[in-house]
Structures are given as C-alpha cells and as structure tokens.
Design a binder for this molecule. Structure first.
Ligand SMILES: Nc1nc2c(ncn2[C@@H]2O[C@H](COP(=O)(O)OP(=O)(O)OP(=O)(O)O)[C@@H](O)[C@H]2O)c(=O)[nH]1
Ligand SMILES: [Mg+2]
Length: 223
C-alpha cells in the first residue's frame, strides 16, 4: 500500500537544467514548515550544496526571524523583506538572488494557511506562478503534522489542487503519532512521503523508510 518502489529522493537540480532548484514548502499553520526548511538546508549543505532560504511568510515579522535563526544555525543565506510585503515578490527575489549567485537550491518557506481559507490558498497559487516566471519549481513539499490524523487527507486534497505537490514531509513522528494517515495521503496525492521529522533540532530529519515505518506500526499494534 505504501508503494516501496516510489522515488523518494529530492530533486536538487532545476527541472529546466538552468538556475537553482526551487523548493516550495507548504502546509497548514504550525505543521513544521519553517523547521523543515532549516533541516532540509542542513542536509543539502552537508552534501556540499549551497542554499538560500526565502522568507515568503510575511504575515509576522517573527516568521522571518525564525527562518533567519535557522539560516544562521545551518549556514544558509536568508532573503527576507519587511512584514506585510507581498509573499510572491519575496519568493521571486529569493529565486532571483539564487540564480544570480549560482546557488544550488532555494527553499521558499511559506505562511501557514488553513486549507478552507480560499483567499490564502489563492495566494499560494500566486506565489507559485510568480516563482515559475523564472523557471519550473523542482519540489513542492507538503508538510503534514503526523498528529493531525484524518484532517491530513483534506489538507492533501486542497493543497494538491492549488500547488501540484511533489512530495510529503511527515513531521512530529517522534511523538505518539503513528502517522498511519500517510497511506491515504500518498494515495490521494499520488506522490510519495519523502521525509519524516523526528524532533525540533537541525538533524531531526530522516528519509522515509517504508520498512521501518511499517515495523513501527506493527510494533505499536502489538503493545
Ligand atoms: N517534536 C517535533 N516538533 C517539531 C517537528 N517539526 C516541527 N516541530 C515543532 O513544531 C512547532 C511548529 O514548527 P514550525 O516550523 O514553526 O511550523 P510552521 O509550519 O512553520 O508554522 P507556521 O509558520 O506558524 O505556520 C515548533 O515548535 C517546532 O519546533 C518534529 O518533527 N518533531
Ligand atoms: Mg513557519
């Protein structure tokens, strides 16, 4: 059911073969987007890639500050603007800076949005379209909180409609959540779960391993 044959690697090359690989990181409020951006940057930088973090969550100044803290922690440059700036233009600028500086990957952190708020979902579509003026997006990662349960399916459906999700990151698997929702979400979106979040620190990110995941669920059932 989890389709172990799916390609779960991240596309770290631009699909056009030119410019940075752009990752958009999307999801509902508090799912772990900003943290995941920091953790992914950490992994990419450890692999020898250069990374820019784009602070396209402009609703709160604290959001860009949080991303900047992550940038400092993992060694990634952050492109940000003032609170209230147009998120699409910040994302555009981050990608432009990435192209101008020969940066390998640009991670665009977006604001949390509930899937039933049409205006915010439309805005996400706009951010993506504006970014794509400079080239196709390499990855659009939907960040799902494993503790959310069945609502994750609805989130996957609506985000999938506006943003063409290429992979799922399942966060907070270090808690009590079993993350069984991934089976339905993967089916719903037709794209794999690529990464799992296992804590709040920079190294608490792991590739999604189907075998380990199933073993964990089976062990949990036997308890
Ligand atoms: N235990 C645990 N906590 C996590 C994980 N990922 C994120 N968190 C925590 O979850 C909280 C929210 O994380 P953020 O990265 O700020 O989430 P966000 O989606 O950017 O939130 P908004 O921008 O407000 O929508 C923080 O306290 C994180 O430290 C994880 O894998 N495990
Ligand atoms: Mg955030």
């Amino acid at each position: 059911m989890l389709d172990p044959g799916l390609d779960r690697s991240l596309a770290t090359r631009s699909p056009s073969g030119d410019g940075p690989a752009v990752f958009m990181v999307v999801g509902v409020n508090g799912s772990g987007k900003t943290t995941t951006c920091g953790k992914i940057a950490r992994v990419l930088i450890a692999d020898g890639s250069s990374v820019i973090l784009g602070a396209a969550d402009t609703f709160r100044a604290a959001a860009a500050d949080q991303l900047e803290t992550w940038g400092g922690r993992v060694g990634a440059r952050v492109v940000r603007r003032d609170e209230g700036a147009d998120p699409a233009s910040v994302a555009f600028e981050a990608v432009k800076t990435g192209a101008e500086t020969g940066t390998d990957v640009v991670l665009v952190d977006t604001a949390g949005r509930l899937q039933n708020k049409t205006g915010l979902m439309d805005e996400l579509g706009k951010v993506k379209r504006v970014v794509e003026k400079q080239g196709p997006v390499a990855e659009t990662l939907l960040v799902l909180d494993a503790t959310t349960g069945q609502n994750g399916l609805q989130q996957a459906k609506v985000f999938g409609e506006v943003a063409d999700i290429t992979g799922v990151v399942l966060t907070k698997l270090d808690g009590t959540a079993k993350g069984g929702i991934v089976i339905a979400v993967q089916r719903q979106l037709g794209v794999p779960v690529k990464l799992v979040g296992l804590g709040e620190g920079p190294d608490d990110l792991a590739p999604f391993e189907v075998g380990e995941f199933v073993d964990a669920i089976v062990d949990g059932t036997e308890d």
